[in-house]
Design a binder for this molecule. Structure first.
Ligand SMILES: Cc1cc2nc3c(=O)[nH]c(=O)nc-3n(C[C@H](O)[C@H](O)[C@H](O)COP(=O)(O)OP(=O)(O)OC[C@H]3O[C@@H](n4cnc5c(N)ncnc54)[C@H](O)[C@@H]3O)c2cc1C
Length: 698
């Protein structure tokens, strides 16, 4: 088999024709073998998709207007209002060189301007219309990612905790102030010693029945609330996560009811001084996102009224009795965290927004930039190099793939917020964890690739990759570290797997496991594993089968390994022994979901030319992913050597074809120059160099 490093020449149309002759022969053999060995039909992706197999070899004429119309979310209008507001206010645009303190103040002014001057009030959409809220967050993040995060802290985290964990009395009291920014607030969960392991946090809230108050305490320095956005400078309130302690009449004295959330005023409403018992410090200059003032909070016997307990999942009566509709600490904890998934949905969605900006700049510049060429002929554009296509075209395809997957996530999340359907809650929780982890990791890596693909000019701060990369980097860690989140996906898959064998129901996203586990677990079909014709490789059924086969196989094999190791190592040890396997499983599943959503999006596209373009991009996404994991497929003979080689060749050719419509594809994202803001990535290519020289002072 060809190794990954094998050099291929740029495929030309002639190469491709030769390949086609072979493909015709292969197709004939395939047809014959079909009679002998019919493949199973997929009920989900029926004949209509079979017809969508090949987009043809001529360059597709993409109608950008139709493509953008299809890509555009329902809430483009409000995004445009955000873009226009900041475009008209150069004084509110973040300069390239700015100190931490000035950036924090500017970021606050940007947010105030948006809410009070532009009249964009995101808070009501957090619950009423989450899709609109996420659209605002995405647009605001493209102005300055610090602003997107600051807004997220105010409305998703601080505001969202009040709405989702509190009850009517909290909404009545705080809604207006949060909405109009009179009550800037924080979300104080993480502590110095505990970030990912939230159940390990140590801050305590002890009920004092005599004064009908809770007393908030930081028992040791490890419990200092750390990294708290809005705390260092602007916050007046914080939702503090602490262990609820109730006095008892036994020798223990108090009983730990588990982690709960409390509203704690942290600064005086008039003087803005820290309130008595509260010590606040600054977490200091960060690698990125310096417009957000992250701080540390320490509490010494800080008293708050009993009503400040956000009591949706558990309350304390006047006489100190605890009531909850949920039977255990674990269930209450899961319900509490479950309500906070909105932040993850927002991050996944915004991360795609960042990726769109970076890909747009890198592609436009790669089309413009010319280096070398055949002897005595004009230089060629760097995007004509196969290596540049390899760096950027699968990335462009992934951006489209993620766009549809995260839009689907937002839809599901909005549906869940309305219906509170239990199955949907589990599904959205896991899908948001998986997509947040997968997409933010991918974007973080891609930002470096884009910078490098733009050479030296990619390194100039004005061309944005530096700030995008630094600001976005932490998306991989906050709202749940990606490695930890992927484990939640794996755990959920294993749960579903067990339920399958116990005859339980599977939620929508995981249905394919039930439908196909038996097929996938049988030995790969030796005939289909050799099929290498273009029609077959571009058939969505083949692509989905390959993705799902891998997931099912990983799931089944890790389940067996876990069972084996737990006998000697116990559950925790066995999990750790299989950890890399589990992470691969989670990623593989998320890729299956992404591909399924992309295929659906291709199928639903009403405009023929856009559909053809999307089909091409979708095929590239699918085949590139398969090729990236070719070792796994080869190890189990799912793909014979000739087929693996054909996949590689075809994905290179598809990269070449996507390159031919790359300009239209990035135009489809509808990012005006005042949003991308990189001279090398301007829409009117001939202006790029002159803008750049003007910027340098020529
Ligand atoms: C800029 C910024 C803003 C933030 N804003 C807020 C905020 O407003 N409010 C708030 O409450 N928090 C905030 N945080 C905290 C953030 O949520 C935590 O940093 C995050 O949850 C990760 O926790 P940690 O830093 O303790 O990492 P750790 O949990 O210590 O993780 C460190 C490493 O260990 C690995 N690891 C940990 N556990 C496991 C495991 N079980 N298996 C395998 N690997 C593991 C992780 O993958 C990671 O690579 C912010 C953080 C930053 C940097």
């Amino acid at each position: 088999m060809e190794s990954h490093n094998t050099k291929y020449s740029n495929p030309t149309d002639e190469d491709y024709n030769i390949n086609q002759d072979q493909a015709i022969v292969t197709r004939r053999i395939q047809r014959l073998s079909l009679h002998l060995n019919p493949v199973s039909e997929h009920p989900v992706f029926s004949d209509s998709l079979q017809l969508l197999t090949c987009a043809g070899r001529a360059k597709i004429n993409v109608n950008v207007e139709n493509l953008s119309k299809y890509m555009r979310g329902k809430h483009r209008d409000i995004q445009e209002r955000v873009y226009e507001y900041f475009n008209a206010r150069p004084d509110l645009q973040t300069p390239l060189e700015i100190s931490k303190d000035a950036h924090r103040e500017l970021c606050m002014r940007q947010l105030m301007g948006l809410v009070r001057e532009a009249g964009i009030r995101p808070f009501k959409y957090v619950v009423e219309d989450p899709a609109k809220y996420f659209a605002i967050i995405e647009a605001v993040g493209s102005v300055d990612m610090s602003l997107g995060i600051k807004m997220g802290v105010q409305y998703s985290l601080w505001g969202g905790s009040v709405l989702n964990l509190g009850t009517k009395k909290h909404k009545d009291k705080y809604f207006e102030g949060i909405d109009n920014m009179e009550y800037p607030g924080c979300f104080a969960m993480t502590e110095l010693h505990h970030g990912s392991n939230v159940q390990g946090l140590q801050t305590v809230a002890t009920f004092d029945p005599l004064r009908d108050e809770f007393i908030i305490d930081t028992p040791n320095d490890g419990a200092i609330k750390w990294w708290i956005g809005n705390a260092a400078v602007h916050g007046k309130f914080a939702t503090v996560f602490a262990k609820l302690m109730l006095p008892t009449h036994d020798t223990k004295g108090v009983s730990d009811m588990g982690v709960h959330a409390f509203i704690v005023p942290i600064r005086d409403m008039k003087t803005h001084e820290a309130l008595p018992g509260i010590e606040i410090h600054d977490c200091g200059h960060k690698v990125g996102l310096n417009g957000v003032d992250n701080g540390a909070l320490k509490f010494r016997s800080v008293r708050i009224p009993r009503d400040n307990l956000l009591n949706r999942f558990g309350g304390v009566s006047r006489d100190g009795k605890y009531t909850s509709s949920l039977p255990s600490i674990n269930k209450r904890f899961a319900a509490t965290l479950g309500e906070l998934v909105g932040g993850r949905v927002g991050l996944a969605y915004s991360s795609v927004g960042v990726l769109k900006i970076a890909v747009t700049i890198a592609v436009r510049y790669s089309l413009l930039r010319q280096q070398f060429g055949p002897p005595k002929q004009p230089e060629i554009s760097i995007l004509d190099y196969q290596s540049q296509q390899h760096k950027l075209m699968p990335m462009l395809a992934s951006t489209y793939a993620f766009h549809f997957a995260t839009s689907h996530l937002v839809e599901k999340y909005s549906e869940m917020k309305k219906s509170h359907d239990e199955e949907l809650v589990g599904d959205v929780h896991t899908l948001s964890a998986g997509l947040k982890a997968y997409v933010t990791s991918y974007t973080a890596k891609s930002l470096s690739t884009c910078r490098e693909a733009c050479g030296g000019h990619g390194y100039a701060a004005v061309n944005r990759f530096g700030s995008l990369r630094n600001d976005h980097d932490i998306f991989q860690t906050f709202e749940g570290d990606n490695t930890v989140l992927l484990q939640q996906v794996a755990a959920y898959l294993l749960k579903q797997y067990k339920e399958k064998f116990q005859g339980g129901t599977l939620t929508v996203t995981w249905n394919y496991l039930r439908e196909s586990m038996n097929t996938y677990l049988s030995q790969p079909n030796p005939v289909t594993s050799r099929w290498e014709g273009e029609d077959h490789l571009r058939n969505p059924n083949f692509q989905l089968d390959a993705f799902r086969y891998r997931t099912s196989r990983l799931l089944q094999s890790v389940a067996v390994r876990l069972q084996k190791h737990s006998k000697t190592l116990g559950g925790f040890g066995a999990w750790n022994r299989c950890l890399n396997h589990l992470l691969t499983l989670a990623e593989s599943h998320i890729e299956s979901v992404i591909l399924a959503k992309f295929i659906e999006a291709v199928r639903s596209c009403p405009d023929a030319s856009s559909r053809a373009a999307l089909k091409l991009v979708c095929d590239l996404y699918a085949l590139d992913r398969i090729w990236n994991d070719i070792g796994t497929y080869r190890n189990v003979d799912y793909l014979a050597p000739n087929k693996a080689k054909a996949i590689h060749k075809l994905s290179e050719y598809l990269s070449f074809q996507v390159k031919n419509i790359a300009r239209e594809l990035v135009d489809g994202f509808e990012l005006p120059d005042h949003v991308t803001r990189a001279p090398i990535g301007t829409q009117v290519a001939k202006e790029a160099y002159s803008q750049y020289t003007q910027y340098a002072g020529f």
